[in-house]
Design a protein around this ligand. Sequence first.
Ligand SMILES: Cc1cc2nc3c(=O)[nH]c(=O)nc-3n(C[C@H](O)[C@H](O)[C@H](O)COP(=O)(O)O)c2cc1C
Ligand code: SF4
Ligand code: SF4
Length: 262
Amino acid sequence: MNINEPDQRRKILILYFSGTGATKKVAQIMHMQLSQRYTVSISSIEDDAGLDINDYDALIVGTPVYHAAPPRIVTSYFEHIRPLVKALPALIYNTRGLCALNTNRILAKQLYKKKIVTIMDTAYRSPASDGSLIAPRIKRFFEFEPGLNRKVTKDCKAFVKLLQSGSLRVYIPRFQIGSLINAPNKLAGQLIRLKIHLHRGRCTKCGKCTANCPMGALSKDFSGWPVVAKNECINCYRCIHRCPCLALSLSKRKPTDRVLRY
Ligand SMILES: Cc1cc2nc3c(=O)[nH]c(=O)nc-3n(C[C@H](O)[C@H](O)[C@H](O)COP(=O)(O)O)c2cc1C
Ligand code: SF4
Ligand code: SF4
């Protein structure tokens, strides 16, 4: 079969989580590319309203990297779904600021337990949703890798080719030896959760942060100021990047002066 030939009967689901928009951007490029040949649905795991993965012929799963692993919101989503009725081929990808290490491996292993068979994985360097707040002078922390569209298109073509070959060969990305060196870093990142500070002089109590938190971790106090429930928060920093007044930051003294906008 020609890989350029449309096959609208085949249904693909792109399922992602995106804290600040990078993983979503990649999902949207994939959606545009693959829709030329297939019937493609796209959904954030936050919006999953009775979504049945069994209805699809292939799956794409996108995740950001948080401390060299997929964030809790992603792992707990897949922990809670039922194993599929029949094995489903999948492409998994991550977006990361610097280094993804075993992120795709962790995800592929978890998906396999639910009969979601990773047949291909990939990764894209993206703006760093953490680094851009900690070191806003580093230009790289605000940019996608050069040629992002071209790379995503190429990856989509490779995935289509694999799908058409009917391959269901399990592919678990190799263990990254660098993760041993990074282990203390990873642990520190998971344990030392940076606090989000509110700069009241800037806040207009607009409620945009509370409305957009993926974990429902932000609420308003009696006076209307936003407050973070530390245990619920996954430190995605969406609230900081989306605040129209730059009123939230990781520093008690210095408010944020530059954020990521997609
Ligand atoms: C809490 C946190 C931890 C992160 N840890 C890593 C990391 O270990 N390695 C890395 O390369 N990027 C790391 N990043 C950067 C994100 O992976 C990257 O910015 C990603 O593209 C964000 O995707 P999103 O915009 O879809 O949320 C981290 C970001 C956050 C917020
Ligand atoms: S989004 Fe910003 S300005 Fe609006 S309530 Fe939240 S912190 Fe305040
Ligand atoms: S409160 Fe935490 S989980 Fe909610 S948007 Fe902010 S950083 Fe993300």
